[in-house]
Design a protein around this ligand. Structure first.
Ligand code: ADP
Ligand code: MG
Length: 344
C-alpha cells in the first residue's frame, strides 16, 4: 500500500512541469549563473538539472531531502516577502518518494571532487560516495512516478504535450533570468541529442528573448513599461500603490497580421506564473484594433508583495491578485493610450 508520504508527494509533484519548476528554482535560489536541463526520452527516463550554484554543505547532507527541511526560511518575515522561490522544503523529499533520485554536489571548483548523495524513499540519507564533479549541484530524477502507475502511464501517453509544456515553462525562466545561462536538451531513445534552446548569461531580457525565439522576433516587439496607479477597492487591504508592468509586447500596429510567435509569458516579481485574466484583457485590447493574432507578451508585474498571494496552490504558480478588477481596468486604459500614441 502507498504511504501517506507518497500520496502527499503526488500533490507537490504532479507532472513533468512541477519537477522542472522546483529544480530550476532551487538552482536559481542557489545563485547559479548557469543551469543545464537535460531530458532523457523527453523526461520519461530522466530529468537532470545541473547548476554551478553554491552546492550543498556537508552539514546539510542528512537533512536536505527530509520533508519540510529548508535552508531558506530564516524568519516569518521571509515568508511574507519570499525573496527566494522555495520555502516549503517539499520538492526534494517528494522526488525521493516518487522516483529514483540522487544528487551530485560540490562546494568548490578546485579538485573537481564532489559527493553523490543517495536517499531512501522517506528522504533519509542512504549513503554518500566521492565522485568527480564541478562546483554546483546536479539533481537527477529517473523513472518519475515509478510507484504511481496511473500517473506514470499518463505521463507516457501525453509525453508530447507534457514535454511541450515543460519547454514553454523553461523558455519563461530562460527569458526572465538575466545573467543566467540556460541550456535545455533532450536525448531521445534513439538517435542524437537534440538541443531545444540555449541562452547566454545576457544582461537583458531582450537578449534572452532573442536567444530563445530568434533575433527576428525583436523587430516585432516594443518595450512594455507601464505604471499602473492602484487605489485599493477592498477596505482594509493595502494602501495606494503602483504596479509596474515591464517587458516586451507585440508592436501595436492596427490591422497587422501574424508577425510574432504566439507566446505569452507572465511573471509576478520575476516568478513565472499563469495570469489568464491579464492575458485575456491584453488580447481584448489588441482585438479591438483588428489585430487578429494574439500578441506576443512578455510581462513582468512588479508589485508590492502584500498585493497578492502566491501560496494558494502547492505549485505556487497560481497568483491571487487582491485588486484584480481595478488592475485590469487600469491596464486596458494604459494599453489604449499606448496604441493611440503609436498611431501618431
Ligand atoms: P526548498 O526549496 O523549499 O527549501 P527543496 O526541497 O526544494 O525545498 O530543497 C531543500 C533544500 O535543499 C534547500 O533548502 C537547499 O538548502 C537545498 N538545495 C536544493 N537544491 C539545491 C541546489 N540546486 N543547490 C544548492 N542547494 C540546494
Ligand atoms: Mg525548492
Amino acid at each position: 500500500s502507498r504511504s501517506v508520504h507518497q500520496i502527499q508527494s503526488g500533490q507537490v509533484i504532479v507532472d513533468l512541469c512541477s519537477v522542472v519548476k522546483e529544480l530550476v528554482e532551487n538552482s536559481l535560489d542557489a545563485g547559479a549563473s548557469s543551469i543545464e536541463v537535460r531530458f532523457r526520452n523527453n523526461g520519461i527516463d530522466a530529468i537532470e538539472v545541473q547548476d554551478n550554484g553554491s552546492g550543498i554543505a556537508p552539514a546539510d547532507y542528512e537533512t536536505v531531502a527530509l520533508k519540510h527541511y529548508t535552508s531558506k526560511l530564516a524568519s516569518y518575515a521571509d515568508l511574507t516577502s519570499l525573496s527566494t522561490f522555495g520555502f516549503r522544503g517539499e520538492a526534494l523529499s517528494s522526488l525521493c518518494a516518487l522516483s529514483d533520485f540522487h544528487i551530485l554536489t560540490a562546494r568548490a571548483t578546485d579538485g573537481a571532487k564532489g559527493t553523490r548523495l543517495d536517499f531512501e524513499i522517506s528522504g533519509k540519507l542512504r549513503g554518500t560516495s566521492v565522485v568527480a564533479c564541478q562546483k554546483g549541484t546536479t539533481v537527477v530524477v529517473e523513472n518519475l512516478f515509478k510507484n504511481l502507475p496511473v500517473r506514470r502511464r499518463e505521463l507516457e501517453r501525453n509525453v508530447k504535450r507534457e514535454y511541450g509544456k515543460v519547454l514553454t515553462l523553461l523558455q519563461a525562466y530562460a527569458c526572465i533570468s538575466t545573467g543566467v545561462k540556460v541550456a535545455v536538451s533532450n536525448q531521445p531513445k534513439k538517435g542524437k541529442k537534440v538541443v531545444a534552446f540555449a541562452t547566454n548569461a545576457n544582461p537583458t531580457t531582450r537578449e534572452n528573448i532573442a536567444n530563445v525565439y530568434g533575433a527576428k522576433t525583436l523587430t516585432a516587439l516594443i518595450p512594455l513599461d507601464l505604471s499602473l496607479e492602484m487605489v485599493p477597492t477592498e477596505p482594509g487591504h493595502d494602501s495606494p500603490h503602483t504596479v509596474h508592468l515591464r517587458g516586451h509586447i507585440s508592436r501595436p500596429v492596427v490591422g497587422e497580421g501574424r508577425q510574432t510567435p504566439d507566446r505569452q509569458m507572465f511573471f509576478v516579481n520575476a516568478r513565472p506564473c499563469a495570469l489568464p485574466q491579464v492575458s485575456k484583457a491584453i488580447n481584448e485590447v489588441y482585438k479591438s484594433y483588428n489585430i487578429t493574432q494574439s500578441p506576443f507578451i512578455f510581462a513582468n508585474l512588479v508589485m508590492d508583495t502584500n498585493a497578492y498571494d502566491v501560496n494558494v496552490s502547492p505549485d505556487k504558480r497560481t497568483i491571487l491578485l487582491h485588486d484584480q478588477a481595478a488592475l485590469l481596468d487600469t491596464l486596458k486604459e494604459s494599453l489604449h493610450a499606448m496604441f493611440a500614441a503609436h498611431e501618431q
